[in-house]
Structure formats: C-alpha cells, structure tokens
Write a protein that binds this ligand. Structure first.
Ligand SMILES: Nc1ncnc2c1ncn2[C@@H]1O[C@H](COP(=O)(O)OP(=O)(O)OP(=O)(O)O)[C@@H](O)[C@H]1O
Ligand SMILES: [Mg+2]
Length: 686
C-alpha cells in the first residue's frame, strides 16, 4: 500500500526505484531495461488476415449513417424506402409505400417498410438482405437512389447487432405465387447470410386469410392489397424524435421530390399520415449508359482491357464506352500509335499508358444526357409551394453537364417570405417536441428543431420569452412552454432567420453533414447580397428564404458510404452556382419591384399630405379656385407615383403585378395577399 502511494506522489524516476525496492527483480540487467518481446516478421504474419467488409462496417458503422440511435432509425427507414422506390420505378409501377415504426421496448423500435414493387425472387432474398456489397446498381451507370449495394443489408446488420433480432423479409413476385418469407441474419465474420427459418430454406406462405394470420404471428403486417411487393421488417436500437433530420422530415421531403409516390406512415404513437400522390405519371425512365472515355482512370482502363471479350482494340473502345464510334476509335488508336486490330488482352503496360493519353487528347463529344430524369421546373415549383408557405417562388433546371465523364444535372427552386416552421408550430406540437428533445439549452433546441431559425433567430426568441438561457428544454414547466410558444409567434424571424437549404440527390433528401456538402458550400459562397438578401461573408444568407437544390446523376459522388453529402467537384459546384444565380436573379427582381412599389406609395402619401395646403396657398396668390386646383394636383401626384397603385396593400406588396412580368423568364409563382396564385410569364403553360 505504502509503495503504491509512493509511486503516485514521487516523481517518475523515483517511482521506478520504489517498485524495484518493493519487488525482487529477476536479474540485475532485466530490472534496469525490462526486456520487451518484439514482434518478428513471422509472428506478425500469423496475425495478418483478411478483413471482411461486414466486419469492417460493423466496427465503422458511423460510415454508414449509424452513429447515433436517432440517425440509425432514419437511415434504416431511408434505405428501405429508397430501395422500394427504385424497385417500383425500375419495374414501371407507380410506387405506393407503407412505413410503420412501432415501439417494442425502451430505446427499441420495429421498422416495417412495404412496397408494391416487383418483389424479389426467392433465391436472391438472402443475398440482398444478408450480404454487404451485393446489389444490382453498382456496376451500371443509371440514375437511381441506391448505387452501392450496402444500404439495406447494413441496416439489417445494425438491427441484429443491437437487438439480436433477425431481419424479416416477405416478398411476392406475382398474384399467383406465394409469399416467400425469410428470417435472416448476417454472419459478419464471413459477410454471408444465415437463414434462420424453414431449416435454412425460408418458407412459402399461401395467399389468403390463413397466410396473413401466419405472417401476423411472426409480427409481419403484410399489406395484401398489393399483387406483388416486398416487406422488410427490422428491429433495432433507436430513438424517435421529430424536428430536423427526422423520419418525418425525410418522408415529407421525399414526397416533395417525388410527386408520383403515395406514402403511408404510422409513427410510434400510432398517428397515421398519408402523403397522397399529386400525379399519376411516373418520371421518364432513366436510361443506362456506358462510361464516357474521359471519366475512366488508367488502372480502370487496364482492368477493362484485360476483362473484355472484344477481339480488337477498336471494337473494345467502341463497345465499352459511350460516344466512341469506329471512326473515333481509329483516331484514338492512331494517336496512341497502336493498331486498331491489336488484341486487347495483349496490350502491355506502356501501351495502356499511351492509350490513356490518346483518349485525353482526342476530341470526343460529351456523353448523351437523355439518361437523366430531372424533376422539372413545374414540379419543383409545385413541390416547394406545397410545403413552404410564402409569397414568391422560382425554379430553374440547368441543362445537363458532365463531371469525370458522368452526366449530371442541377435543379434549384426557391421560396421567399414563408417564415420559419417555428411560427407555425402549435402548443401541443411544441410540448411533444420539447419532451422528445435531448438539447441542453433552449437555443440549441430551437436551432436543431426548426428549419430556418438559425442561431440569431433562436437568440431573439429566447430573449423575447425572457425565460433565460439556462433552461433545459425537456424540463420546462407547462407555463414556461406557453411563454415559449407565445415568443415563437411574436418574434419576427424574417431578419434573424437564416436560409433553409434542402438538398436532394437523385430525388432523395439529404439531411446530415450539411457543412460537408458541395451544395451548402456553394450556397454559402454565392453572393446573395446582389439579390437583395443580407449575408455575412461565407455564411448562409439571412431572411425568410428556403432553397431546394437537386442533383440528378448516373453516379452521385457522395463523400461517404452513408450518402449524406455531395463531394465538391468543380464542375458540380459551377452548375450549382449557375442554378442558384438563376433563381437569385428572379428573387432580386421581385424584391426590387416590391421595394420600388413601397417607395412610390410613401412618396404619394407625402404629396397628399401637403397638397391641400399647397392648393390653398397657390389659390390665394393666383385667385384660382382652390378645389379645382387641388383636384388637378392630386391627378398629377397619382400620375407621378403610378407604380404605387400596383401595391397598396398594408404591407406595401403588389396587389397586381406590373405588365412587364414576362421578364422573370417563366417558372415563377407569386402569391397575392388574397391568396391567389399568379404565374407571370408562364401563361402559355397554364
Ligand atoms: N424492395 C425491393 N424490391 C426489389 N428489389 C430490391 C428491393 N430492395 C432491394 N432490392 C435489390 O437489392 C439490391 C441491394 O439493395 P441495397 O440497398 O443493399 O443496395 P443498393 O440499393 O443497390 O445500393 P445502396 O447501398 O446505395 O442502397 C438492390 O440493388 C436491388 O436490386
Ligand atoms: Mg439501397
């Protein structure tokens, strides 16, 4: 005991001494320099072995979006819903999706997602849900929500790891066929599925009431109104909480970007909601394309040459790449000083190098872009108008462009004047939101719960409420909640709020890693002051503005496997900037007009205030009739401030738009104070 105390208080070298005093050392030399067993190449070799992808991702689950329980719930729902929508669209079926989240214990939830898609054949089910990096979308260039082949199996793996409950899949491929039912868990060591039911074979369930009851017994709520489809059920450790970055927000934004989807949602408190589809037409089917030669890297080219079945170099080039005709292939071969008839497999390292350089030097037309299915300006406008209240809306779809040989397209829409979601929250909703929150301060609660509030706005709300900065959100008393609710309604957030940015990639809302995303970064680095918004350098502009940016591409360059942020390729940033500027210009025009109209109104008021006196004074001097002079003067004042006639509502907003609306260039909605919607310049589309 005394010895250990010594070692705690004494300086380091003395502590060593005291330990040698206390314990007999096995030999003089060893005590001074304790011999460490060093690893040798051979001993290290014994511990060097394969790492399976599933082991890797089980350890690094944050890379897949499972870093905290709240995000885990969202990621699970998102992976299942994205797959459902992909499958339906690929099969040409109007998607209808059912999402049910149930509480099964403290911090435990059961997520069930069903679609009316084509179903999955029996043999494939275990591989899809029980093996990471297995899928149909990785090896192709086609616009779809999924691309990696990790999504749903990772969610299943997380479920098994945190609750020990297997992933349950029911799938039906035709009305005449039975439902295949599997209970699966992933063997993380081997990255292989283990089938737990039906002696490792799964079971077939006959159609009808009996089959349905059987499934219910296993906790599967099969939606039997569909002729075919898939239902996946995963139980996991999670947290359900509304607000920003929640399942609710994801579903709502999915509905905006996918007006052809019908979504049914039952939340853990058994509230049921349906997002009804607003169009019956599927988006045009995106085509699959071959890679563009400019996008292929040297190593990739070498592998492709080795793997190809084409007998000649010329045929290899024209059959493996898009935009390479036999003539272009010949040009490439000539530049590389290779024969068009050389055998691809025989091409050596140095020659691959020459070929690669020759490709870069040859003029090849840009990839065809009919492989993209953008949302379109009309649907974008409608989508944002549907969910963000406001007075002015604009949308713009950029023409397709290319990064690293991959076609992509940027779309932007904007809503102005809506105010924040904070001002629309009811007292009941606020109570629920507060009770679910784990924020440590009111300010943090406001920023993380409501879109468009921002730190400044939050501070003003807290100040306005006089509740003090130290209150813990989930411990507020009912009276205090009422005060906070009042403050939310009363504080004018228009100046304090910052722009609300909604990001989408291939119609999927992105909710996390906002700061790491090329979209947010480009919004921040765009100069919004020239469009009438205030903005401090390098940050989001402030004002009651929401902006939605969509990137459609055959391959979205995400910054990580969790698909949360778009990587900042210069070509992509440039297109985003041009899109933002296009809607920015329309907003600027609107705001300038609004300000002008207001100014003219004030000028007229000024005239009117003094005209009577002016008329009196002049009539005395000239002996003119005062009243007729006054009338004439009024007529002049009205003429001089004619612009004000367009906008004499109490907020100085235009009641009717000036005649020259067309110069907005279309794709604009203006909501008049009486609630009527005008679409200036879009008349021909109406
Ligand atoms: N509901 C479904 N209906 C039909 N097929 C499905 C369904 N869910 C998944 N699949 C098939 O399973 C494959 C694997 O799905 P998974 O989510 O693991 O990867 P992914 O969607 O290809 O890519 P990502 O990892 O980016 O999501 C898909 O490529 C698809 O072919
Ligand atoms: Mg997927």
């Amino acid at each position: 005991m005394a010895g250990s105390q010594d070692s705690r208080t004494a300086p380091r070298h003395e502590a060593n001494d005291s330990s040698t005093n206390g314990h007999a050392a096995p030999g003089n030399g060893a005590a001074a320099h304790p011999r460490r067993r060093r690893s040798t190449a051979e001993s290290m070799a014994a511990s060097q072995r394969d790492i399976s992808v599933s082991e890797f991702f089980a350890k690094n689950r944050h890379l897949l979006g499972f870093d905290n329980p709240r995000k885990a719930l969202l990621t699970t729902v998102k992976e299942a819903v994205d797959n459902a929508l992909d499958a339906c669209e690929e099969a040409g079926i109007l998607p209808e999706v059912w999402v049910h989240i149930e509480t099964t214990g403290p911090g435990r939830y059961k997520v069930g997602v069903q679609d009316n898609g084509p179903g999955i054949v029996k043999k494939q089910i275990p591989l899809i849900f029980g093996k990471l990096l297995y899928g149909s979308k990785f090896h192709r260039l086609r616009m779809s929500r999924g691309q990696q082949g990790i999504g749903i199996s990772a969610a299943g793996m997380y479920g098994v790891l945190t609750t020990g409950k297997p992933v349950k899949i029911a799938s039906k491929t035709s009305p005449r066929k039975p439902v295949h039912y599997f209970e699966i868990q992933i063997d993380t060591k081997k990255n292989k599925p283990e089938i737990l039911n039906g002696r490792g074979e799964g079971v077939d369930i006959e159609a009808g009431e009996k089959g349905k009851q059987q499934l219910e017994k296993w906790g599967i709520e099969w939606e039997d109104s569909v002729p075919h489809g898939t239902r996946v059920t995963i139980e996991l450790e999670a947290r359900y909480q509304r607000g920003r970055g929640s399942v609710d927000e994801y579903l709502e934004q999915t509905a905006i970007a996918n007006p052809h989807v019908q979504l049914h949602f039952i939340d853990p408190e058994n509230n049921q909601r349906t997002y009804t589809r607003s169009t019956e037409t599927l988006p045009p089917e995106p085509k699959e394309i071959k890679p563009h030669p400019y996008g292929v890297e040297l190593g990739m080219l070498a592998t492709m040459l080795k793997d190809t079945k084409a007998p000649t170099l010329s045929q290899f080039l024209s059959s493996s790449f898009s935009r390479v005709s036999p003539a272009v292939a010949k040009k490439i071969c000539d530049t590389a000083k290779l024969s068009t008839r050389s055998r691809p497999a025989r091409i050596g390292r140095h020659e691959v190098d020459c070929l690669y350089k020759a490709i870069q030097e040859t003029r090849i037309s840009a990839p065809s872009t009919d492989c993209l299915a953008p949302i379109g300006e009309a649907a974008l406008l409608e989508g944002i108008h549907h969910v963000v209240p406001g007075e002015f809306y604009a949308a713009h779809t950029r023409p397709p462009a290319v990064y690293r040989g991959n076609p992509f397209q940027i779309e932007v829409s904007l809503a102005y004047g809506g105010g924040s979601t904070a001002t629309r929250v009811t007292l009941e909703q606020l109570k629920e939101l507060l009770s679910e929150s784990d924020a440590r301060s009111l300010k943090q609660f406001l920023v993380t719960t409501f879109s468009g509030v921002g730190p400044d706005g939050a501070e003003r709300i807290v100040k306005g409420s006089k509740l003090g900065t130290r209150k813990i959100p989930h411990k507020l008393k009912p009276k205090e909640i009422e005060i906070l609710h009042q403050a939310l309604q009363n504080v004018n957030l228009d100046e304090g709020s910052s722009m609300n940015v909604m990001r989408f990639a291939n119609r999927v809302p992105l909710q996390f890693q906002q700061g790491a995303c090329a979209i947010t970064q480009t919004v921040q680095s765009t100069n919004w002051r020239s469009y009438g918004l205030s903005q401090s350098r390098g940050s989001l502009p402030s004002g009651p503005v929401s902006i939605m940016v969509h990137m459609a591409s055959v391959w979205v360059p995400f910054t990580s496997e969790s698909k949360e942020a778009v990587a900042g390729y210069p070509e992509i940033q440039k297109e985003i900037r041009l899109g933002l500027q296009a809607v920015g210009r329309k907003l600027g025009m609107y705001l300038r007009r609004r300000a002008h109209v207001k100014q003219e109104g004030e000028r007229r008021n000024l005239f009117l205030r003094y005209l009577k006196e002016v008329a009196g004074a002049v009539s005395k001097l000239n002996n003119d009739d005062r009243d007729s002079l006054y009338e004439k003067l009024i007529a002049v004042a009205h003429k001089k401030t004619a612009a004000a006639d367009l906008a004499l509502d109490e907020r100085g907003r235009p009641i009717r738009q000036p005649a020259a609306e067309e110069d907005y260039g279309g794709s604009v909605l203006i909501v008049e104070p009486n609630g009527q919607v005008a679409s200036p310049g879009n008349d021909e589309n109406d």
